[in-house]
Design a protein around this ligand. Structure first.
Ligand SMILES: C[S@@+](CC[C@H](N)C(=O)[O-])C[C@H]1O[C@@H](n2cnc3c(N)ncnc32)[C@H](O)[C@@H]1O
Length: 348
């Protein structure tokens, strides 16, 4: 029986968390090889359908590792093994923490460089759900892996499941990227006359994204908010910490979306969120419109990763449902929770 290998891509620095979640979910695997942003695993006897990995937070893309090449001849042989007409994508493993890329950094520049003589397979259409995708993954100087995964609706369809966005110069913070990436991945419907409550809105990156999408935004933060956001007639600021909000503060705010990105430890942030949700429930009762939650939780210490199931239980207890937790490309040492549904007792 032949062994079978799998690859996992992730943010640079998240490899330990990836090993932990893969080996917890698929205990028959053994760790094999690791570079920043890229980890492989070995299945001693690989037969039948490849193993699927469910509910991973730190694994961005999971698939079979079909082979690797360390020189041009091996690379040509690797590529020749890809079935003709198959969906082929190429990308680099993560090298930098988001926001720390050097000037001139081009995503995918390393794999494109290796293929400059060979001709990189042209970027085709995005794959359809159920379609096999062959990925050429740059890992080191001249070291490329060939991976295969089956595209699903849970993936973005972009090479490496990366959603590449450019931070607009007018965005006051990188939080713009987090919210826009979440919207691109999870495709929430923006209601008419949409209202958002953003707990911890300063300096205003996520609020900029929301305002640009037509939202009316109530922001909560004791810190300074960028003038362009502050002066927007659809923006209102409650300049205090969330735990000091009272019913009067939120009486006129019945949000469709709740956005949170507090720079404090997860359990403290969730306590403050519980206070806010409690106020909204008291004020609006069954008329509370809240539907979606966009929650960033800081992993101030990387060991907090093992407590993610506990954090998700707390988020569910607040009323958010069908949670999806993942480390977005735009996240730094933090992870994101997408809550597509909020249950209002007695509500519609
Ligand atoms: C990562 S920044 C938020 C970025 C912001 N969402 C944006 O789009 O620019 C974290 C913010 O959390 C705020 N914060 C920390 N504790 C808070 C609390 N208890 N209530 C409200 N805001 C808080 C900080 O003042 C800081 O502005």
């Amino acid at each position: 029986m032949n062994p079978r290998f799998y690859f996992a891509t992730c943010q640079a620095g998240a490899e330990k968390a990836v090993k932990a979640e893969v080996l917890a979910g698929l205990p028959s695997l053994r760790f094999s090889f690791s570079r920043p942003g890229f980890v492989t695993f070995k299945e001693a006897e690989g037969e039948g359908a490849p193993l699927a990995l469910e509910r991973a937070v730190f694994v961005r893309l999971w698939g079979e590792a079909l082979g690797q090449a360390k020189d041009a001849a091996a690379l040509a042989a690797l590529v020749s093994g890809i079935p003709s007409g198959a969906c082929v994508q190429a990308f680099d493993r993560d090298q930098y923490l988001p926001g720390e890329e050097p000037p001139g950094y081009a995503p995918g520049g390393r794999i494109a460089g290796l293929f400059s003589g060979l001709g990189l397979p042209p970027a085709g259409k995005l794959p359809r759900p159920g379609e096999a995708v062959y990925s050429l993954i740059w890992v080191d100087d001249f070291h490329v892996f060939l991976g295969r995964h089956v595209h699903s609706a849970r993936l973005s369809g972009f090479p490496g499941n990366r959603v590449e966005l450019q931070l607009p110069p007018e965005a006051p913070s990188r939080a713009w990227l987090k919210l826009e990436e979440a919207i691109a991945r999870f495709k929430p419907v923006v209601p008419q006359c949409a209202v958002a409550l953003e707990v911890d809105c300063a300096p205003g990156g996520a609020s900029t994204a929301l305002l640009d999408r037509g939202f009316t935004v109530t922001g909560v933060d004791p810190q300074h908010v960028d003038e362009r956001v502050f002066r927007n007639p659809r923006f209102g600021l409650l300049r205090k910490q969330a735990r000091f909000l009272d019913e009067e503060d939120l009486r006129k705010c019945n949000p469709d979306w709740l956005v949170m990105d507090m720079s404090i430890a997860p359990l403290e942030a969730l306590d403050e969120l519980a206070h806010v949700i409690g106020l909204l429930r008291t004020i609006h009762g069954a008329a509370l419109k809240l539907r979606h939650g966009f929650l960033t939780l800081k992993l101030n210490d990387r060991s907090f990763a093992s407590s993610i199931p506990l954090y998700l239980k707390r988020v569910e207890r607040l009323g958010f449902r069908d949670l999806r937790a993942m480390q977005l490309c735009a996240n730094r040492q933090e992870f994101f929770v997408w809550a597509p549904r909020f249950e209002v007792p007695g509500g519609k």
